[in-house]
Design a protein around this ligand. Sequence first.
Ligand code: BGC
Length: 644
Amino acid sequence: MKIIFSLFLVFLISSFNLYSPQVVANDALQWPRIFSAIDVDPNLERRIASLLSEMTLKEKVGQIIQPEIKNVSPAEVTKYHLGSVLSAGGSYPAKRHSDIITWVAAANQFYQASIKHPNKRTAIPIIWGVDAVHGHNNVVGATIFPHNIGLGATRNSNLIRAIGEVTAREVSVTGLNWAFAPTVAVARNQRWGRTYESYSENPELVAQLAGAMVVGLQGHPSRGDLFADDKVIATAKHFIGDGGTTNGIDQGDTELDEKALRDLHVQGYVAALDAGAQTVMASFNSWNGNKLHGNHYLLTHVLKEQMGFDGFVIGDWNGHEQVEGCSAQSCSQAINAGVDMIMVPDDWRAFYKNTLRQVKKGEISTARLNDAVSRILRVKLRAGLFTETGNPLKNAFSGRAQIIGHPKHRAIARQAVRESIVLLKNNDSLLPLSPTSRILVTGAGADNLVMQSGGWTVTWQGDNTSNVDFPGATSILHGIKSAISHSTGVVDYHSQGEYKVKPDVAIVVFGEQAYAEAKGDIEDLFFKTDDFKILERLYRDGIPTVSILLSGRPLFVTEQINRSTAFIAAWLPGSEGQGIADVIFTDDSAGIAYDFQGKISFSWPKSADQAPHNLGDNNYQPLFPYGYGLNYTDQTNLPWFVEQ
Ligand code: BGC
């Protein structure tokens, strides 16, 4: 009877259109429960309660605000009791080539400012968050790993964990303690400019790798290294549906029913949060027309209540201003919806004042504010920020500059390159090459660490940089040169692919110019490059050619594939270009040194408009299916494909 009555009520409400879209959620639909590796600790909970009881309203409001380091001084951290700062993509203290001492000095200033407090008991250490999304990529000289799309191709969770470990260690060296990673987006439309930040179009693979990355970044109770001095807090981002927007538009609308939203987009969160990830970043996108930053149902009811997440939700870069009725300076809606810390890079002073007023007026309840602050304190306490670990001058790793870009770290990145590159074509078994060959190396990407690394490297979009911003890194060309340096082979490098002596083989490296969010969105998957002329000429000249594509997504490159004897999807491999030479050359005794292992984690398009096109779709007809990737035992000769 009760059920029938409630059904009737729901029908009644919806037919009067009072049922706001935010709540058009199917309450009967269960979201998965999280079993976090980090248990609730009653002692810690008591400490939170006691700290909270000592805090003034102003201190609480300051705790939930996160400005960008460029727009806040240490003195203001003290004055406003700010809980956090961030450095966004391409933001550094002082200058681009800041040394490690400068980073640590800045971290220490913010830290000291946060604990400089008349009431010692409420001196709460600050956390500094950074987009360390493929290594500590804001730091010149850091180890830069392949972007997530490449890691997806490795399918190797142990490797991904090791990458998380190295990233966390390099972040710790700079005195910082929070990485805005991993991105657990399931990119379903490769037109999206953030496709490369996604491990895969397949939620299961995203889940498999996301947990490993979190364990690497934070450590894990079972390994005895949870939040050790060389660990940082992880962030699963961007909750939820960022990879599912219509037409792959960045910050767009994810139009899915709740079941599809859950089944496609939540699995990475379950894995990351099970592994203990302590923060979740809210997403810029909408769900069926409603911005996530204002979505109480998803942030509070689903994530916190149903799934049981007890860490905190960080907003994205002014993401709150897109919520209806909000501005960058004011948004009680986002806080009420469940965002616990607001990333308000520049207008934070106004935001602080408005939030204070909104709490006083009851627009934001004290209970909600207390909940947000408690969550932040819980994470800070768990992460050891109240101990020496949180002190940039006492942490055992901070300041140890020689750890940045350490050879052991680079070796892991190089392994990741080897395992991530995917062999799409290898006609006539052209690869592996003999180091005794005469090789023409050409193409815009051959000696180009900028294209090799992509967005979120040194600068936000990865633009306005050059090879000098990558000390210690190795371009693909340099990797090739050193691979044959012990042999009788010859490398001729010419950017336009010209040659005096006919080479045995040519290697053409081409691909996308670096981009990041928004700028990277494209109309279709068509890819044309000036280097195509080189490829055509070499093809006409009858020179066997290996093409290496540097890209943040599979692209429609059938023309290029047709004119190449061998074709490699190398994604955005990062600082260790040598990993490519490791695989494409034989060893000294003419045997296979390393075989190809990479398998595509996205479906490869057959035409420019084949997006979205994902594993499991009806009428699934990609050029190369999800999971495709040749190795040296395959003797496959691909035909000339129809150029659609
Ligand atoms: C991105 C986030 C990033 C944040 C801070 C935003 O624009 O969406 O992924 O963590 O900026 O840099």
